[in-house]
Ligand binder design. Structure first.
Ligand code: BTN
Length: 248
């Protein structure tokens, strides 16, 4: 495996990895931090990064065809990695990039982690991506922003045994690399929407996305969300956005 640079505190592992990638860091180069001061989530959101979480970004240089499916492919690998920890429930992927813990006996879905993929294209030079993974492994609930706290779950809260963020570093790096390798196969890419289906959150439920209301029916071949709108013959497609479930 390529190197992993570890920090105790950093602004954002994503920004460090983007800089390293620009300087030519090879596929698999990773950056990890115990805490981030300026952790970044999707769509301009910040990512609270108190001690106890896993915050890791990796430079990847896969085939171009892999890039649109990369976040979901990494999400699938992470789901497989973390599923054995879900003592009383399951882990599902909320399009496009959330890992949710779903309790078996009622209670609401809570966010266990997220994936942020930044793709950089330098015309005539190269195209690469930085995949950032944040997992709420363990920690103090009082360290979480009060508005997020009710919707966050720590892996330690759903796991039958102790978990430490340090122990997850190597398996998470391997999961990102595995997603790149597996998605290089066109058959795996074609099969991703149906492989994801049983693990996708909210399928068949009423949703709102980008101001459009309909029923979430799954993910298309490019990783796009498919939403059936009443009275329309084919589902609308969304390449990005926030999927909001109208009913929990
Ligand atoms: C999301 O759900 O919005 C994605 C969150 C991704 C957070 C990770 S933590 C490691 C890396 N560094 C960042 O600043 N963000 C990503």
């Amino acid at each position: 495996m390529a190197r992993c640079i570890s920090y105790s505190v950093v602004g954002s592992t994503q920004e460090v990895a983007l800089r390293l990638a620009k300087e030519g860091a090879p596929h698999g180069t990773a950056v990890r931090a115990e805490t981030q001061m300026l952790g970044r989530g999707r769509q301009g959101a910040s990512w609270a990064s108190p001690k106890g979480g896993l915050y890791l970004s990796m430079v990847v240089r896969p085939d171009l065809a892999v890039l649109p499916l990369l976040s979901l492919g990494v999400g699938m690998e992470l789901r497989d990695l973390l599923a054995p920890h879900a003592k009383h429930g399951t882990i599902q992927i909320k399009w496009p990039n959330d890992l949710l813990a779903i309790p078996a006996h009622g209670g609401h879905a809570r966010k266990l982690g997220g994936v942020l993929t930044d793709v950089v294209t330098r015309p005539g030079i190269d195209t690469y991506a930085v995949v950032g993974v944040g997992i709420n492994v363990q920690g103090r609930r009082s360290d979480l922003p009060p508005d997020l706290e009710p919707n966050v779950v720590f892996l330690s809260e759903i796991s039958p045994g102790p978990v430490a963020e340090k122990e997850l570093e190597k398996p998470v790096r391997a999961a990102i690399l595995q997603a790149c390798t597996r998605l290089a196969d066109p058959k795996v890419r074609e099969g991703l929407p149906s492989a994801l289906a049983p693990h996708l959150y909210g399928v068949g439920k009423p949703v709102a996305v980008e101001g459009v209301r309909g029923t979430f029916v799954g993910v298309g071949p490019k990783g796009e969300a498919l939403v059936e709108v009443h009275g329309e013959s084919s589902p609308r497609t969304f390449e990005a956005g926030e999927l909001r479930l109208e009913v929990a």
